[in-house]
Design a protein around this ligand. Structure first.
Ligand code: B12
Ligand code: SF4
Length: 523
């Protein structure tokens, strides 16, 4: 058998994330390149934790021995999470097989690519959409005439001219991975920290075609759908059509994830959301900031009052699991104004508040504020903000630790009874910041903090600096510990856990289903 002519590859953030982009490229090889191209194309995905040498070996093995006169192509999908190791992979492949044609694409190399080492090492780069341009480039590289340009702006066809990729999800993907699906591309909004702000508008795939593809996936057993649409609730008619599709196919293991804008939840959408049972819907709701001056500076249009009303409705009247996001370090945002925003959000009790630090993504318009707002960003991916005129470098580090601890203590859902005690007072943010500072001083750790260490730390902090009574607190911690299903023996619960012979049953679906989420830079 002939070795593949084209390998499509990428390094995913984790195994659970299957690359939707590569599957689009594969699905469009026949239509825009030719049936023969499709037959000779394979997808080979890795994760970013895999050692570079192993990735290179695996790709070389897949390419087989070079055959004279038979060109081969590798295309890499380059993203913020993989650009560093992918650069190394490309460097080593270049050395091992100088004749190999290396083509790049993906958001991380679509803007400000002039200074990127990975682009220098590659033969070609397609910026933006690759669905049509990659098959055409491969055809030219394999059959001539050779392309004249190294960097090719990706063609953006009508969505009707793009083959849908869902048949490319294999049985393993269906069984073990998140299935990314896309009802629309693009975003009409202009939030300057976000790459989608460059899109100008959103384009929707024809609903019949999209739903037919979902139906096939569903019939094949798919139950876990993660919509990558930038704003699922942009056009309410299509949101309703999609939700109705799933309402008609409710199954105990159905799970749907959507990114939504918080200030657009008309009654008919609410009515539909309310019909879903617990455990099915998960909404990722970007708040980012409640500070109107900051919102204006970064061109984020958000009605804060309506946002709060809608969140309150979702928390109190729907069964959807709510992930909310805040970004620290936006131009003009101080620690105090961020704290006020956090307190406002926390008061609404969403299930999770993800705390992210601003990143200056390549191509995003937020760069225009760097001078005026004293923004300093890390030059290395993910280009996190290091300081601004509103927050100094130490405050950013202090916040980063707080965010980590917040994830472990609050978002992980392990301390539902103890957390409100810890956050009591006029400002939950201030209370948590004080705890985070204390935890850092007493442990010097932000990782390897087991649930038991955290529990003992909470006990020491609340009975020490805060002065709470020990026995009552022990009972609260015990209840949280037992409900979480953990089975070790924290020091502060010595004597209380004896006689526990049976494993304690594992808990709420929401906790069990907690997954890595997008966060921060979306909606
Ligand atoms: C799924 C996803 C993730 C997953 C990871 C998925 C994976 N495969 O591992 C998770 C949740 C882990 C994630 C995390 C983050 N993400 Co994310 N994520 C996405 C999301 C929602 C969907 C990607 C997708 O499938 N898109 C649909 C496909 C069709 O588009 P595409 O991937 O861009 O592919 C097209 C082109 O790029 C091109 N193309 C792709 N590959 C190739 C290869 C070749 C050879 C060619 C020619 C062309 C080409 O052709 C494709 C078809 O047109 C996008 C937003 C979006 N809707 O796109 C953000 C997005 C990719 N993420 C982004 C960011 C910023 C992050 C975070 C930094 C956010 C944060 N938490 O702060 C983290 C980083 C994680 C880390 N570990 O460091 C940015 C990208 C920035 C960048 N320069 O890469 C995006 C664009 C969001 C945004 N609007 O700003 N993310
Ligand atoms: S943050 Fe959301 S609403 Fe704003 S531009 Fe990005 S995708 Fe669009």
């Amino acid at each position: 058998m002939l070795p593949p002519a084209i390998i499509l590859s990428t390094l995913n953030a984790k195994y659970i994330h299957a690359s939707l982009g590569l599957r689009y490229l594969l699905a469009n090889m026949a239509r825009h390149g030719g049936a023969d191209l499709r037959e000779r194309t394979v997808v080979h995905e890795f994760t970013i934790v895999r050692p570079v040498a192993e990735i290179v070996d695996a790709l070389l093995a897949e390419l087989g021995e070079p055959v004279d006169g038979m060109p081969q192509i590798i295309g890499f999908g380059v993203y913020i999470w993989n650009v560093v190791p992918t650069t190394e992979v490309v460097r080593q492949l270049r050395q091992a097989r100088p004749a190999l044609k290396i083509v790049l694409g993906g958001p991380e190399v679509s803007y400000e690519w002039e200074d990127q080492e990975i682009v220098r090492l590659a033969d070609h780069l397609i910026t933006g959409w690759g669905d049509v341009s990659l098959p055409k480039l491969c055809r030219a590289l394999l059959n001539g005439p050779p392309p004249l340009m190294k960097v090719i702006p990706g063609e953006q066809p009508a969505l009707a001219d793009i083959e849908l990729p869902y048949a490319e999800y294999g049985a393993d993907d269906l069984a073990h991975r998140l299935l990314y699906v896309e009802a629309s591309r693009g975003c009409p909004f202009k939030c300057e920290f976000c790459l989608s702000s460059l899109d100008r508008t959103a384009w929707a795939f024809a609903p019949e075609r999209f739903l037919a593809a979902l139906e096939t996936l569903y019939q094949r057993g798919a139950r876990n759908f993660k919509f990558v649409d930038r704003t699922f609730n942009l056009k309410i008619d299509s949101s309703l059509t999609i939700l109705q599709f799933f309402l008609d196919r409710l199954a105990t293991d159905l799970f749907l994830h959507f990114e939504v804008i918080p200030d657009h939840l008309p009654e008919r959408l609410k009515a539909m959301i309310a019909r879903f049972p617990p455990g099915v819907l998960q909404f990722e709701v970007g708040i980012q900031t409640f500070n109107p001056d900051v919102q204006q500076a970064i061109s984020r249009r958000q009605d804060n009052a309506r946002t709060c009303e809608n969140l309150a409705w979702l928390v109190n009247h729907s069964q959807a699991h709510l992930h909310t996001d805040l970004i620290f370090g936006l131009p003009g945002e101080t620690l105090a104004s961020f704290a006020a925003g956090f307190d406002r959000l926390y008061a609404l009790r969403p299930h999770e508040i993800q705390l992210g630090v601003l990143k200056r993504l390549r191509g995003t318009p937020i760069a225009r504020h760097s001078m005026a707002f004293g923004m300093v960003y890390d030059a290395q991916p993910p280009y996190s903000v290091q300081q601004s005129s509103a927050v100094d470098a130490l405050t950013v580090l202090r916040f980063t630790r707080l965010a980590r601890y917040w994830d472990l203590l609050a978002n992980a859902g392990r301390f539902p009874q103890t957390l409100p005690i810890l956050l009591a007072g006029p400002s939950p943010f201030a209370a948590f910041l004080a705890f985070a500072d204390w935890l850092w001083q007493s442990t010097g750790q932000t990782s390897r903090l087991t649930p038991e260490k955290l529990l003992d730390a909470l006990f020491d902090y609340l009975t020490g600096p805060i002065g709470m009574e020990k026995e009552g607190l022990r009972q609260t911690l015990l209840a949280d510990y037992q409900a979480s299903g953990a089975r070790a023996n924290p020091a502060c619960l010595q004597g209380l856990l004896r006689g526990r012979d049976k494993p304690i049953p594992r808990v709420p679906r929401a906790l069990a289903q907690r997954q890595e989420r997008h966060g921060k830079s979306a909606c």
